[in-house]
Structures are given as C-alpha cells and as structure tokens.
Write a protein that binds this ligand. Structure first.
Ligand code: FES
Length: 278
C-alpha cells in the first residue's frame, strides 16, 4: 500500500476511535472500551505521523554550489513541469486528516473533565458544628460534663448530625489545672471537657488512640502524636499542624454545646499549601 494511503487510513482510524470514545463516554462509559479506543486513537495518530515522516518526507540531504539567484526561462519551465498538482492536493488532504485526528482526539480527552463533579465550594472549610449545637454521643444522647470520667475519651457529634465524617470530635476529660494553653482556649474546656477534631491533619485518618497517662492522642496510620494539654500540638510524626479545637461551653440546662465551628478547617491542610506535601 502506498504511504499516502497508509497515512490517510491511520488518521481516519484515529478519528473514528476518538469519536467512538466520546460515544461510549456519553452513553454511560465502559472503562475497558474507553481504554481500547483511546489506545487506538493515539496509535492511529502515531502511525500516521511515523509513516508520513518516513515515507513521504524527503530523507536525503542534498547540497549544491550557490548559483546565480535569478532563474532563466528554461529553469522556470522545468520547475513548473516538476510541480504535480495531484501531489499538492494529496498533501492538503493528509494535512486536513491529521488536523481532524488531532482535533477529535483532543475533544475526546477533554470529555472526562465533565466527570470531575460539582465544585466543593465552602464544604471543605466548614462542618455541621454551629453555635448552640449540643454535643451528643454516637447514640445521639446529649452529654453533660458530669457524664464523662476523668481521662476518658468519647467521640461526639453535633445534635442531628450523628455520623457526620467532618464533625466527628474527640471529647476528652482532663484536669483543667493541667491545661497549658491560652486563657481563651482554656475557657473552651468547661470542667476540663476539651474537644478536638478526630480527623488527622496528616492524611485524614481517624485519630483513634488516647494515651491517658501522657495525655496524648495517637493516629494509628503514621503515628502522628498530639499533645492534648497543649492545644493538640504535634509532638511526633508527619502531621504538620495541631488538631483543630472545638470551642465548647455549657447551656442553661447543663448540657455541653459548641460555641461555633472548629478553629480551623479539619483534616489535611490544603488551603494554605504553597507546594510539596507532607
Ligand atoms: S494520617 Fe495520621 S499520621 Fe498519617
């Protein structure tokens, strides 16, 4: 088969595969078929370009002595004879096919951007905790400071949001005399009940272990350790910021309530990253 024909067929196959890829995606998607079509589209484009460069472009390097710049009539006539209009037409067609193959492939590759879903908006910055929300245990029962035993830890949620992943909070009862934090933060720990986000600031694992003797919270994923008495500052491991504290108070009925949302967004830092990662 002539190289021109091979190039044309390869580009045409690439175009059809790209269109097929769009069709499969729009009709619900099928990972294996999409992969095969993407491979065919890229392969067709690659084969077309390779055959074009090897079979259609002149490969020999020629040089000649510089001659007088103006051509005589005989030379002009010979050049005109050498120009075959069919060559130009074929090249135009191939260029158009190549542009078509590249364009449809680019279009097909842009389609997956539709799968990115809705923008998260403020969802990553806020949790269901609001001022006045009662702290409830996993069964939904509101808690009073007296319900907690010294050195115990309980997972709590805002009333009406039991199970909320963002809002899960570790409520720990410590001796308020032991707290070494700014006064305003100590005021958020009525009767020594202090709350911190349960989501590790390293990679988002639940911080599940409490070493009461050392007053340390430990993340089992990569052993980040947080000092409960000092605002959950990091004392060991890859986490690079404290667990956000939940401001807590007591309502007129004696139940523990939140004074608002956490002091910072929960989970791994993302809003203040300048590059790299932890
Ligand atoms: S997720 Fe907690 S230390 Fe890595």
């Amino acid at each position: 088969m002539k190289p021109e024909r091979v190039v044309a067929v390869a580009f045409a196959v690439s175009i059809m595969a790209s269109m097929g890829l769009v069709g499969v995606y729009v009709s619900g998607g099928q990972a294996q078929a999409e992969g095969a079509l993407l491979g065919t589209a890229l392969g067709g484009l690659g084969v077309g370009l390779a055959v074009w460069s090897v079979g259609l472009l002149p490969s020999r390097t020629r040089s000649e002595e510089r001659e007088p710049l103006s051509s005589d009539d005989a030379l002009v006539d010979r050049a005109e004879d050498d120009l075959h209009p069919s060559d130009i037409t074929r090249r135009k067609a191939l260029v158009r096919l190549m542009a078509g193959a590249g364009g449809t492939l680019a279009g097909a590759l842009a389609i997956p951007a539709l799968s990115l879903g809705p923008r998260p908006g403020q969802d990553l910055f806020t949790t269901p905790w609001t001022a006045g929300a009662r702290l409830v245990d996993p069964e939904g029962a509101p808690l009073r400071p007296g319900d907690l035993v010294l050195d115990s830890v309980t997972t709590v949620y805002p009333e009406g949001h039991v199970g909320s992943p963002d809002a899960q909070t570790l409520l720990i009862k410590v001796d308020v005399q032991d707290l070494e934090m700014p006064e305003d933060r100590i005021a958020w720990a009525p009767d020594g009940c202090i709350g911190y986000s349960k989501i590790c600031t390293h990679a988002g694992c639940p911080v599940g272990l409490y070493r009461a003797k050392a007053h340390e919270l430990l993340c089992p994923c990569h052993q980040s350790t947080f000092d409960v008495l000092r605002g959950c500052s990091v004392t060991f491991g890859p986490a690079d910021r404290p667990l956000p504290q939940l401001p807590i108070s007591v309502d007129e009925e004696g139940f523990l309530i939140a004074l608002g949302d956490f002091t910072e967004p929960v989970g791994p830092g993302f809003w203040n990253m300048t590059g790299g990662g932890g």
